[in-house]
Design a protein around this ligand. Structure first.
Ligand SMILES: NC(=O)c1ccc[n+]([C@@H]2O[C@H](COP(=O)([O-])OP(=O)(O)OC[C@H]3O[C@@H](n4cnc5c(N)ncnc54)[C@H](OP(=O)(O)O)[C@@H]3O)[C@@H](O)[C@H]2O)c1
Length: 740
């Protein structure tokens, strides 16, 4: 059957990190259950393979995970951690049969040119491991120091040991069994039946544009229940209602189901759960216990005491039978998922097993009957907020309002542990009372602006807390050094501050290098267009292989506001004063009127496109002559603007009579590597001519969006909008990656 294009293919492609590499295996892979398959493998690598090819570490992901181990297992990476790219060459590939770049049911069947879907040949965990073995062979690997993974990743880890005992030096199987139990097979089958029961499944020949979404969501909901534990759900949701006819627990599951539908494929889910059911390390190798006793590799077997999917007795059995194994028990109420939650503990265990010096961090969390502000929990995030101006104060208000919902619906517990402005810093590990932050900050002793080296001790305190995040909503200079220190200490950074992104290229590159080196996140969507998804859209175009030719836009809220008010006959001096009072301008409106702010934003986007450009190289024409923007205080600026009001209004009048509009635009020409910005006269049917007030837009002309550009448009300035964008960045940081 021929089918419509798969709209979710783009969503899945967007889930694949830009650093992903692809390798077509040189020969078709013979499959354990018969036949052979040409295979492409998507993989990520961290660190460098040594000259002898002997420092490889293989990370295996779980059911719906991807090759991006640094995103879903961030805390395992770094100096002194379980996976240290300074010493290890770490490889994680998307597993055979998955849908994030490696051949699977969502890939095209070369015979029909259509996705395989339900016709994909049956695969096993052993096949997945043999595809990975071929990958590392092609990469020049001669020895695998360690294989590590949890859940389905743990099953692959064991298979690596049994399939290639002479290649592998040690294994760490986590939260898994050596053969799928009747219990686990039953859970898989119930989930598959939910998919089959969806009429859109059509026996596996579903239309990719109309997939069995309800069935897949139901399967995911069942799975989610098995990934946690009864006490963890009791503690988080209890019998609390979300709405009159909706328990919070129901709402949580529905959300989880929808999330998976947006990024996964039904036939893939069926193929991978079937592969899990075939998992049995003894198949074809002999009697089960004897087979296990025969593997002499050093092994650290990790068990979670509340795991109801792969029960602790299954890992105890593996550890008892493998002669070189020892067992590590994680005490947690979080069930199966704890291997993705108590990552510091896990990293310490693995590092110690590998004979590395371990810097002890927080231990595993004991079951806690009740959460207090000071206890740590799943998805816990510790925030230090720098800046309490228009964006910062809004952000603290939104955090206070949204915190409960984020915890209830998304598993994220946000705790603001610090707040700073340019004079004081308030810091409290137990959490700042968000109803009184202003009063508490005013009462804190003066410390001066948050900056290095004076603030290093506070950064260190932040870094000792669960999932530390530095939030910069200042317009302060000198932040790259602070971010670099935060990355080194293990904190992520979210920032609406443009300056670190548009300073000298060398400084920006050093900052991004530090981020990569320490495997941290740096989110800055709001630096261009406030809450509009400008950078996200650009990145998704790039990572799906589109070629961006031109970017054009109006991204200065102040200039947008100014020119549309001018058009209505309002004097520029007055309009500038209003814009400043409304919080639309930079601290100094001269940065807007001179075009500097627009040039900075254009440079941020140009650099995302890979262009090497400095702000000083932008061909930038100011909105008003430079002479009208003398240095001095605000009063002097307004006086000077007043002297220009007549000319500005006359110009607006002339344009209006000519049936044209003036807008301040920027342009990026990728082929020429040029960036320019300035006021432009436009016909009234130009998209920008229709912008009102602080409305911004960015239009991307690309190979795929050639005739009609892809446009992001909406209000592009304001404290509340920007704070909402910062919150979304925070959400993406904590929730936006799938691991299991
Ligand atoms: N407002 C918007 O619509 C918007 C949109 C997109 C992006 N942004 C960006 O977001 C950032 C914040 O904007 P805003 O409008 O909130 O600015 P703002 O009102 O001028 O507030 C800046 C805040 O930063 C504080 N600060 C300055 N240096 C500091 C330091 N070293 N440590 C700690 N705090 C420090 C200031 O403290 P004091 O109160 O003591 O002066 C002030 O509270 C800027 O980078 C801006 O470009 C803003």
């Amino acid at each position: 059957m021929s089918s419509s294009p798969d709209p979710q293919a783009a969503a899945r492609a967007a889930f694949i990190a830009p650093e992903t590499r692809f390798l077509d295996l040189p020969r078709p892979l013979p499959l354990e259950q018969g036949g052979e398959l040409p295979v492409r493998v998507a993989y990520r690598e961290w660190g460098k393979l040594d000259d002898r090819g002997e420092n490889c570490v293989v990370v295996c992901h779980a059911l719906t995970g991807s090759a991006d181990a640094d995103r879903w297992w961030t805390g395992m990476f770094g100096p002194g951690r379980a996976l240290d790219p300074d010493q290890d060459y770490v490889v994680c590939s998307n597993i055979l049969g998955s849908c994030y770049g490696t051949t699977g049911p969502a890939s095209l069947d070369p015979r029909s040119g259509q996705p395989w879907r339900g016709d994909f040949p049956a695969i096993t965990v052993r096949d997945m491991v043999r595809a990975q073995r071929e990958l590392v062979r092609q990469l020049g690997v001669k020895k695998v120091r360690l294989v590590v993974g949890g859940s389905l990743g743990g099953m692959q880890t064991l298979e690596w040991g049994f399939s290639f005992p002479d290649l592998v030096e040690a294994i760490v199987p986590i939260a898994c069994s050596a053969r799928h139990s009747a219990w686990a097979i039953g859970i898989s089958e119930a989930q598959r039946q939910a998919i089959y029961a969806d009429p859109r499944w059509r026996g596996g020949a579903y239309d990719p544009a109309d997939p069995p979404a309800a069935g897949l969501a139901a399967a995911r909901m069942m799975a989610m229940v098995t990934y946690r534990s009864m006490p963890s759900f009791e503690q988080r949701f209890g019998r609390r209602a979300q709405a009159a006819d909706l328990f919070a627990m129901e709402s949580y599951l529905r959300y989880q189901g929808k999330q998976l539908v947006d990024r996964f494929d039904a036939a893939t889910y069926v193929a991978l759960t079937r592969a899990m059911d075939t998992h049995d390390v003894s198949r074809g190798r002999g009697e089960y216990e004897e087979v296990l006793r025969g593997l002499r590799l050093p092994a650290l077997v990790v068990s979670i005491d509340s795991d109801t999917l792969y029960l602790p007795q299954e890992q105890e059995e593996i550890a008892r039978l493998l002669p070189g194994a020892r067992l590590a028990r994680l005490a947690s109420i979080d069930g199966h998922d704890a291997f993705l939650i108590d990552v510091d503990w896990l990293s310490d265990q693995v590092a110690e097993f590998r004979g590395r010096a371990v810097q002890r961090r927080a231990g595993p969390r004991a079951p806690a009957p009740e959460r207090t502000a000071a206890t740590s929990g799943p998805g816990e995030v510790s925030l230090l907020v720098l800046g309490t101006g228009k964006v910062g104060s809004e952000l603290l208000g939104q955090l206070a309002r949204q915190r409960q919902a984020l915890e209830r619906d998304y598993d994220v517990r946000l705790r603001v542990v610090g707040v700073a402005d340019s004079r004081r810093t308030l810091f409290d590990e137990a959490g700042v009372d968000l109803a009184r932050w202003r009063e508490l900050l005013d009462a804190a002793p003066p410390t001066g602006p948050f900056a290095l080296p004076a603030s290093r001790p506070l950064l260190e305190r932040l870094a000792r807390l669960p999932r530390p995040v530095l939030v910069d909503v200042t317009a302060a200079a000198g932040m790259p050094a602070l971010y670099g220190e935060a990355f080194a200490l293990g904190a992520d950074v979210i920032s609406s501050n443009k300056l670190p992104l548009c300073g000298p290229t060398a400084e920006r590159e050093a900052l991004f290098l530090a981020r990569r080196r320490h495997h941290r996140s740096y989110q800055y969507e709001t630096s261009v267009g406030a809450s509009l998804p400008v950078i996200d859209t650009l990145r998704s175009l790039l990572r799906t292989g589109d070629q961006v030719a031109q970017v054009e836009g109006s991204v200065s809220g102040t200039l947008g506001f100014a020119v549309s008010e001018l058009q209505r006959g309002r004097p520029l001096s007055l309009v500038t004063r209003w814009a400043r009072e409304l919080g639309y301008t930079e601290a100094d409106p001269r940065d807007d009127l001179s075009g500097l702010d627009a040039a900075r934003k254009a440079v941020i986007l140009a650099r995302e496109l890979g262009l090497t450009v400095e702000v000083e190289q932008v061909a930038c024409r100011p909105l008003v002559p430079a002479a009208v923007l003398p240095p001095g205080d605000m009063q002097e600026l307004y006086e000077s603007l007043r002297s220009h009001d007549g000319a500005a209004l006359a110009e607006a009048e002339r344009l209006s009579r000519a049936g044209r509009a003036m807008r301040y635009l920027f342009h990026i020409d990728v082929a020429r590597g040029e960036v320019r910005c300035g006021p432009e006269e436009l016909p009234l049917d130009h998209r920008a001519a229709g912008l009102h007030g602080v409305e911004a837009y960015v239009a991307f002309t690309t190979e795929r969006h050639a005739a009609v550009p892809l446009v992001v448009q909406g209000a592009g300035v304001g404290g509340a909008l920007t704070a909402g964008g910062v919150l979304e960045d925070l959400f993406q940081l904590c929730v936006g990656t799938g691991a299991r």
